[in-house]
Design a protein around this ligand. Structure first.
Ligand code: PMP
Length: 359
């Protein structure tokens, strides 16, 4: 066998592999996975029926244009089909957005801490990652983000609500920021958790996109719609961007199961949004209880809560695991916990209270 191995792009060396949230321990004490911001509810029966019906066509390639879904989304959001593109989860679409905008020598700005996939997809593109720390209130520092724009900037991520803090960007600050971004820089409004927002001062990215050709909105079926396992997300953007996304799509990357389940979900939206409403109610209960225990909890508009624990992060995550809940630690920074079913949230609150008392 040859001693040499294929020469890979040097850029790969600095790129971590995406780390998924830990699964819940099998067979252990009641164990809940609160580490990936998933929806605790199983798909609605009608959604499962659609997916099962699509399973009967698995010998065929899916509809590459996702015609039915595109038409459904076009009507629902009042956007032309030519402004829509789907992908293998919104993270797949995010990777394509990098592919069509940035490469070696370019720069991409994003808030940090934010979604763990941003540094990965940026570095894969070969562009330089420009990370702008969150403010002390755990929100986007839009002044610093705008100040960081150079002639090399090609793309900027805004995560609204932000993962993992749950904090939001408000209309005034976001519009002021967009006004400062040159028209040839793409701003990606990642709204993976949009449906959980109840703050009326948070703009709908789709309203912002309409008269701004450099704004792209990213949405997903993974969270509020509960289809994380099917890998389907979409972007809304003006034509050159949406066309670029269609060019860079992995051919047939979005299965017919995913497309049909997404359509069925949109058609059962009322029921799904009722579930979202109950998670929002649980979120308020969890935040209130944590604050009553003495924790500082940033205002969250997503389906998770953020505790900045610093050096105690890993200990806290381990204490939660012993109590039967798997949370998401970011070593040295904090812990993100998904708001899920009452029983899981109760176990988490109990673990948090015990940890606090033992401090
Ligand atoms: N954006 C944000 C902010 C996220 O937190 C996630 C999932 N963790 C995604 C995008 C990707 O979701 P998906 O690829 O499942 O659509």
């Amino acid at each position: 066998m040859s001693e040499t191995s294929p020469r890979l792009r040097a850029v790969l060396e600095g790129i971590p592999t995406y780390k998924p949230g830990k699964p819940a321990a099998a067979g252990g004490p009641a164990s809940f996975k609160l580490s990936s911001n998933e929806n605790p509810y199983p798909p609605l029966p009608g959604v499962m029926e659609s997916a099962l019906a699509a399973a009967g066509t698995l010998n065929r390639y899916p509809d590459m244009a996702a015609t039915e879904l595109m038409n459904e989304l076009s009507e629902r959001f009042a956007v032309p089909v030519s402004h829509l593109a789907t992908g293998t989860g919104s993270v797949g679409v995010a990777q394509q957005l990098l592919q069509i905008t940035a490469g070696p020598g370019d720069e991409v700005i994003y808030p940090w801490r934010s979604f763990e996939a941003y540094p990965i997809v940026v570095r894969i593109s070969g562009a330089a990652a420009v990370e702008i720390p969150l403010t002390p209130e755990e929100t986007h520092d839009f002044d610093a983000m705008a100040d960081a724009i150079t002639e090399r900037t090609r793309l900027i991520f805004v995560c609204n609500p932000n993962n993992p803090t749950g904090t939001v960007a408000h209309r005034d600050e976001l519009e002021r920021f967009l006004d400062r971004v040159p028209g040839d820089v793409l701003v990606v409004l990642d709204e993976a958790y949009r449906e959980f927002n109840r703050d009326l001062d948070v703009p709908d990215g789709i309203d912002l996109y309409r008269d701004r050709p450099n704004v792209c909105v990213l949405r997903t079926f993974s969270k509020a719609y509960g289809l994380a396992g099917l890998r389907i997300g979409f972007a809304i953007a003006h034509e050159p961007v949406a066309t670029g996304l269609r060019k860079t799509a992995v051919p047939f990357g979005v299965s017919q199961l995913a497309q049909d389940a997404a359509v069925a979900s949109l058609r059962s939206e009322d029921e799904l949004l009722d579930r979202v409403a109950s998670l929002v109610t649980e979120r308020a209960r969890v935040v209130e209880a944590l604050r009553a225990q003495g924790w500082t909890v940033p205002e969250t508009q997503a389906n998770f809560v953020w505790l900045r624990l610093g050096e105690r992060t890993t200990d806290f995550a381990e204490a939660c695991a012993r109590a039967g809940v798997v949370v998401r630690p970011f070593a040295g920074e904090g812990v993100r916990t998904t708001v899920a079913e009452v029983e899981a949230n109760d176990l988490f609150l109990k673990a948090a209270e015990k940890f606090r008392q033992e401090l």
